[in-house]
Design a protein around this ligand. Structure first.
Ligand code: PNS
Length: 165
């Protein structure tokens, strides 16, 4: 059984992420979509909200399971018996960071490969940060994020992401 981990902040999940999960599920038998719990960062959505949105958004992908983790990604991936870490690659600007992470993870755990999936050109400009910025300023994010995220963004207090939660 080929198992992969697709890690990220998913704050919030976008249609670009969903596209990567759908395509990873065609390659692997099981994809653990793993949300990082990073105590040093104050996310826009807390871990329960991010998990709930992701679970709803990937309901149609039978091979995807949503989970969260803290600590080292390679330790989490090993605990899930994953043979691969999946990451989406957008523009060249992603490369430095992804290259550094992939090689660091490979050094710590040579048994686990990082597999990059090129983001569909439709989503190549898309990021969670942009989505939050547009939504906070009252713009329309339909087509960029799953429906559940649109609803959540609508209900989020106006001061979220501006120092408030
Ligand atoms: O969606 P993001 O924020 O680009 O995801 C980054 C993530 C979660 C993949 C990365 O921060 C991570 O793997 N954190 C876990 C800590 C770790 O293992 N660090 C060493 C790898 S360089």
């Amino acid at each position: 059984m080929k198992i992969a981990v697709y890690p990220g902040s998913f704050d919030p999940v976008t249609n670009g992420h969903i596209d990567i999960i759908e395509r990873a599920a065609k390659i692997f038998d099981l994809v653990h979509v793993a949300i990082i719990v990073n105590p040093e960062k104050t996310p826009y959505f807390d871990i329960d909200e991010r998990e709930q949105m992701l679970k709803t958004a990937v309901r149609h992908i039978k091979k995807a399971k949503v989970d969260s983790f803290d600590g080292l990604l390679v330790d989490y991936a090993a605990s899930k018996r994953a043979c691969a870490i999946v990451r989406g690659l957008r523009a060249v600007s992603d490369f430095d960071y992804e290259f550094q992470m992939a090689l660091t993870n490979l050094r710590m755990c040579p048994e686990i490969e990082t597999v990059f999936i090129m983001t569909d050109y439709k989503y190549s400009y898309l990021s969670s940060s942009l989505v939050k910025q547009i939504a906070t300023l009252g713009g329309n994010v339909s087509g960029l994020v799953p429906k559940i995220v649109i609803n959540k963004l609508r209900k989020a207090p106006i001061d979220r992401g501006r120092g408030g939660k």
